[in-house]
Each structure stands twice: as structure tokens, then as C-alpha cells.
Write a protein that binds this ligand. Structure first.
Ligand code: ATP
Length: 339
């Protein structure tokens, strides 16, 4: 497959053809020595393929193994066992090549707040051994993509949180990586700044066909990715497009609020199929059924016959949070540790 980058300017050096999979792992394991002679199994046999050009969301509760996986894929940590290739390079056999091919954005800022935006980029260019002319041109390009051209001489400490994140992404792109790993790129940002970061990422994907591997605790961000993988306790428990994952849950959620929920609960249990759980709590009466909207008139008729008034009735398709709950037993809203 040819590189789909539209970035054909003079600053690009010719590249070998891209491998089909930007990321590919088989049986990837990472264990750490735990307290009192125990072992922490951070990643337990991960099999994962991320095609070139895909935006892949990697979701999981706190401590599920997301950051460890990213560290393995960026050749910053050595797997205990198993294999992984990134941009066609083996993380164990060719860690230097892997590090050249990846761009990384960590959870915590690694910018020097006292230096200007441009100076931060220049240090990175030097670390990656970019020739001076290329470094200058790439700096101009990435600052422009980040919408920070007019702030290039501003000390980082004077930039907003959103600008700093965009600058970090710009820095990660300076050496034209094939795969960009972003560990919670928008955590701590306000909705406007988050939207701007995603605008920058979408532009990368659309204009340059970049592969993005992103962890996030925001459902609406995962919803806009091409595919999602859910990791729990070091294991990949689900993967697919947002649509397919939601469709696999299948049933709609029907919620009713009535004049007498406890009596209504008995009535609904009487007409719902036996294998379907009907719950009654402060949120009303709820049940999961295929084709929920078709159930609403039936339930309302039965309740009215029993002398119970129905105040509200709704049927909704499964959400990504339902998917996350189904596979991890937790809600993504709470699994993020409130960050
Ligand atoms: N260097 C380390 N030494 C020992 N244990 C570690 C180390 N790094 C991670 N772990 C453990 O491995 C497990 C997975 O951690 P990891 O940071 O990969 O999870 P995560 O999904 O990224 O979590 P979060 O969303 O909180 O960042 C956790 O139990 C963690 O305590």
C-alpha cells in the first residue's frame, strides 16, 4: 500500500511502502513485579491489528493496561513475551526504528514552560537528528496545522491548556511519524479546547492519512473514531466499529415513569418475556428488549388497564457506555476515575 499522505512538499523524504497494519500484536504480555513478591499482569496476551490510516480508540477502566500497551508499542518498555510490530518494525528486534516511526503524546505535559513554542520544537528536532533546513520547514508546517503560527515566539507558560496540547501534538509530528500514539490527549481540557484538538487530529487523518492510536475517557470522542478496542484487566474484551459494537449489544433500553412504579413493576414483569430483567429504581422502570419502540404501546396499554398512569416512556438504542458496561461491568463515566 502506498503512503496516503497528501504531504508531498519538499520537506518529505521518500519512504518505503507502508505496511498494511500500522500496529500488529500477537500474544503481547507485560508483567511487573508487584508488592510482596506478587506479579502484576498489566497486559495479558494482546492480539490487535490496527490498519494503516485508521483512527483507533483504545478504551478501558483505570489500570486496565492502556498506558502499558502504548509504552510497549512505542518501544519504551520491553514485552515480557509475545510480538508486536509498529509501522512494520518489530518492537523487540528494532526498537530504534520503532521510535523513529512513532509520535507520542503522554498524559502529562513534557513541554518546557520557560521556552517558546518554537524552541520546544527545535529541541525535539535536534533529538531526532533532523537536518537544520528540514527542521525549520517542518516547524513552520506543524505550527500552522496546530493553528499556533502567531504564537511561535510565546513562552509556553503563556499559552492556554488547549494551545499547549496542540503544541505537543505538533511536536510529536515534527519527525513525520507513521503512527501517532496519544494517551488521553484531551483530559483536563474544556469542551472548546477539546474540539480544537480533535480538529487538528482530524485534519491529520484526512490530509495525511495518519494512523492515530488514542486513549480517551470521553465517549463522544471514541464515537468518532473508526474503530474501538476495549481492554479490561490486561485483556482485549471487545473490538469493532462504534456501530458494530453497539449493534452487538442488540437490545434497546425502554424506560417508563409511572404514577406507581412498584405496582407497575409487577405489571411489566407479567408481560415482558421471562428471560428479560425488569428493574425499578429512582430512574423508573427499565428493561432491555429488541425493538423497544414497538414495546411502548403494549406496556402503556397494560399499565393503563391496571389503573396506572404512564408519565413518560422512552426507548433508546444502546450507547457506547452500554457497550463499555457490557464488557467491563463499569460505566466509562465512572471508570475514568473522575478525571
Ligand atoms: N512500572 C510499573 N511497575 C509496576 N506496575 C505497573 C507499572 N506500570 C503500570 N503498572 C501496573 O499495571 C497495570 C496497568 O497499568 P496502566 O497504567 O497500563 O493502566 P491504564 O489502563 O493506562 O490506566 P490509567 O487509565 O489509569 O492510565 C496497573 O495495575 C498498574 O498499577
Amino acid at each position: 500500500m502506498q503512503s496516503s499522505t497528501g504531504d508531498t512538499g519538499p520537506t518529505r523524504t521518500p519512504r518505503a511502502p507502508e505496511p498494511v497494519h500500522a500496529v500488529s500484536t500477537r500474544g503481547l504480555v507485560k508483567s511487573y513485579p508487584g508488592p510482596r513478591g506478587t506479579t502484576t499482569h498489566a497486559v495479558r496476551g494482546l492480539d490487535l491489528d490496527v490498519p494503516q490510516g485508521e483512527t483507533f480508540a483504545f478504551l478501558g477502566p483505570n489500570g486496565a493496561g492502556k498506558s502499558t500497551t502504548i509504552a510497549l508499542l512505542c518501544a519504551l518498555a520491553r514485552p515480557t513475551s509475545g510480538h508486536a510490530t509498529v509501522a512494520g518494525a518489530d518492537v523487540l528486534a528494532r526498537p530504534h526504528l520503532v521510535r523513529r516511526h512513532v509520535g507520542m503524546l503522554f498524559q502529562h505535559s513534557t513541554l518546557d514552560a520557560d521556552l517558546t513554542a518554537e524552541q520546544n520544537l527545535r529541541i525535539h528536532a535536534r533529538l531526532y537528528g533532523l537536518p537544520r533546513r528540514q527542521a525549520r520547514l517542518r516547524t513552520t508546517e506543524v505550527l500552522e496545522t496546530a493553528g499556533l503560527t502567531d504564537r511561535r515566539r510565546s513562552p509556553v507558560r503563556t499559552l492556554s491548556g488547549g494551545m499547549r496540547r496542540r503544541l505537543e501534538i505538533a511536536r510529536a509530528l515534527l519527525h513525520s511519524p507513521r503512527v501517532l500514539f496519544l494517551d488521553e490527549p484531551t483530559t483536563g481540557l474544556d469542551p472548546h479546547a477539546r474540539a480544537e484538538v480533535w480538529e487538528q487530529l482530524r485534519a491529520l487523518r484526512d490530509r495525511h492519512g495518519s494512523t492515530l492510536f488514542v486513549t480517551t475517557h470521553y465517549l463522544e470522542e471514541a464515537e468518532n473514531c473508526d474503530r474501538i478496542g476495549i481492554i479490561d484487566r490486561g485483556r482485549l474484551v471487545a473490538q469493532g466499529t462504534p456501530l458494530a459494537l453497539k449493534a452487538a449489544i442488540g437490545d434497546d433500553r425502554v424506560v417508563l415513569r409511572t404514577s406507581d412504579d412498584s405496582t407497575a413493576h409487577g405489571v411489566v414483569c407479567g408481560i415482558a418475556p421471562q428471560d428479560i430483567a425488569v428493574t425499578a429504581d429512582a430512574g423508573g422502570i427499565s428493561l432491555r428488549v429488541p425493538d423497544g419502540s414497538a414495546w411502548i404501546p403494549r406496556l402503556c396499554t397494560a399499565l393503563e388497564r391496571a389503573g396506572i398512569a404512564v408519565h413518560t416512556a422512552s426507548a433508546s438504542r444502546p450507547t457506547l457506555d452500554d457497550v463499555f458496561f457490557h464488557h467491563t461491568g463499569r460505566s466509562l463515566h465512572t471508570a475514568g476515575g473522575g478525571r
